[in-house]
Structure formats: C-alpha cells, structure tokens
Design a protein around this ligand. Structure first.
Ligand SMILES: Nc1ncnc2c1ncn2[C@@H]1O[C@H](COP(=O)(O)OP(=O)(O)OP(=O)(O)O)[C@@H](O)[C@H]1O
Ligand SMILES: [Mg+2]
Length: 255
C-alpha cells in the first residue's frame, strides 16, 4: 500500500547553509511518527516543507502517491494536511470558538473577508463551519470554553485549542510541532492523552517533541534529525539504543 506521506531526498538551504539535507522517510496511514533532534536540527523546516510553508531546493514530497511539493499551503490543507505550528499564537480578543472558526475560514473557497458579505451560500458555509468548530472543541474537551476569551484559557488548554483548530479541517495528516513545550507535567499528560486518542482513532500524526518518555509512549516510529540530516529512524526502542542518537542527542546518561 502506498504510504500516506513520502519524503524523498528532501533538502532546503537558507543563505547557503542546509537546514535540511537529503531526508527521506515514509509515514503509513494511521502511524504516529515522532521527529526528534537538537535545536536547529531542521525539524520545523521538515514540517514546513510538508505543509507547504517552505519550498524544497531538492527532493520530493508525495501525499497519497501524488507530488505536492509545489502546491500552496492552502491546497495542501484542502488535501488533508493540518498543522499546529511551533509557538503558534491564538487570536486575543476572540473566543475559543471564533479562534477555531477563523482557522476554518482560511480553507474555505469564500474566505473570511467575503464571508462578511453574508450571501446565502456564505451563511450555509458559516453554519457548517460553526458546527465543525464546536465539534472540534468538544473533541479536545473544550466545549464548555467555546464562548470564553481564548486568552483566558490555561496554557495547556490553549494548546488543545490549537489542536481543535487543526482538527476542524478534518485532516488526514496532523503535524504537531512541539505542542507540549512549556507545559507543566499535568498539562503534558493531558495533551499526550489527546494525541494518543487521536492516533487511536486512525489519524496519521507527525509530532516534534523533546521528551523521550513521551515520544516512546506516543510514537510508532521515530526519525532523528541532527544538523539537517536524518541520523536514525526506527521504533522508539531502537532509537533509544542507537549509538549515533545517544552521541548526538540523548547523551550517555539517558534512560
Ligand atoms: N526562515 C529561515 N531563514 C534562515 N534560516 C532558517 C530559517 N528557518 C530555519 N532556519 C535555520 O535552519 C536551521 C534549522 O531550523 P529549524 O527551525 O528547522 O530547527 P528545529 O529543529 O525546528 O529547531 P528547534 O528545536 O529550535 O525548534 C537552523 O539553523 C535555523 O537557524
Ligand atoms: Mg522547531
């Protein structure tokens, strides 16, 4: 069966320095793939090349067997790729529901600006988006927060809200770039549980996460990047024993 996502020989340089170099990997449907590595290893660059926010200098990105590496981010989103960006911000002054709806408007044919005109087609679309947004909020456990200001949410729930925004698009592939960074232990556990349950429902997930215990719990496969290159790939158990990974990232004292 064709993997959902195939990255082949992918490379991207900034100012002559390769942020990502000749990376190849395949993500099968329903898999959770963690991407780990030191700061500046190229993890976010890889995600941006998959989501379309960056174009590659070399290589290909295929989704469902089709090349997508020249498509706009919007087209890739409509094919089913949704992203929670590293350090993503919420819209302050908007409710949780509005935050999710604004994300959804970005993908619709009419867009947010023209939705303001309120033609009948827009009103139907608006009602659908609202229903989808409420469902996405419920899915991440934020139904009761729908009409409260997004910035009033505790940080852990703000991250769940980002996930809801991504889920509103009903993605097939969800890219999560450090969704748990800066969260406290209890919040991390809650977020891990959410990611785990999304994976159990069959969503294909790519996750950047520094906590190896969390990666071991959530990931079927792990890719390890260092200085833009993939230095190892395998199951969490294989990765934890890999000498290159221990030398470049985990350190000798890891458990
Ligand atoms: N838009 C850009 N312009 C110039 N250099 C960039 C750009 N984006 C990334 N880089 C560089 O590419 C390299 C990889 O960056 P990237 O953000 O992909 O790393 P990362 O693994 O996500 O790191 P972190 O763990 O800190 O998020 C870094 O050296 C970074 O400075
Ligand atoms: Mg990053």
């Amino acid at each position: 069966m064709t993997p959902l996502l195939e990255v082949e020989g992918l490379g991207r340089a900034f100012g002559g320095v390769y942020a990502l170099r000749d990376v190849s990997l395949a993500v099968t449907r329903g898999q959770t793939r963690a991407v780990i590595g030191p700061n500046g290893a190229g993890k976010s660059t890889l995600f941006n090349l998959i989501s379309g926010h960056l174009r590659p200098d070399h290589g290909q990105v295929r989704y469902g067997g089709r090349r997508i590496d020249r498509l706009s981010p919007g087209k890739r989103a409509r094919l089913g790729i949704a992203t929670v960006f590293q350090g993503a911000r919420l819209f302050a002054g908007m409710t949780a529901l509005e935050n999710v709806m604004v994300g959804a408007h970005a993908r619709t044919r009419h867009g947010f600006a023209s939705a303001a005109v309120r033609l009948p087609a827009h009103r139907r679309e608006e009602a659908q988006i609202r229903a989808d947004a409420l469902a996405a909020l419920a899915r991440v456990g934020l139904h009761d927060w729908a009409h409260r200001p997004a910035e009033a949410l505790p940080l852990g729930q703000q991250r769940s809200l980002q996930v809801a925004r991504a889920l509103c698009a009903r993605p097939t592939l969800l890219l999560l770039d450090e969704p748990a960074s800066g969260l406290r232990a209890a919040e991390r556990r809650a977020l891990a549980q959410l990611v785990e349950s999304l994976g159990a429902e069959g969503l294909t997930i790519m996750l950047v996460e520094h906590d190896v215990a969390l990666v071991t719990r959530l990931a079927d496969q792990v890719s390890v990047l260092d200085l833009g290159a993939q230095i190892a790939a395998g199951t969490p158990t294989q990765i934890r024993r890999d000498e290159n990974v221990i030398a470049a990232y985990l350190g000798p004292g890891h458990t």
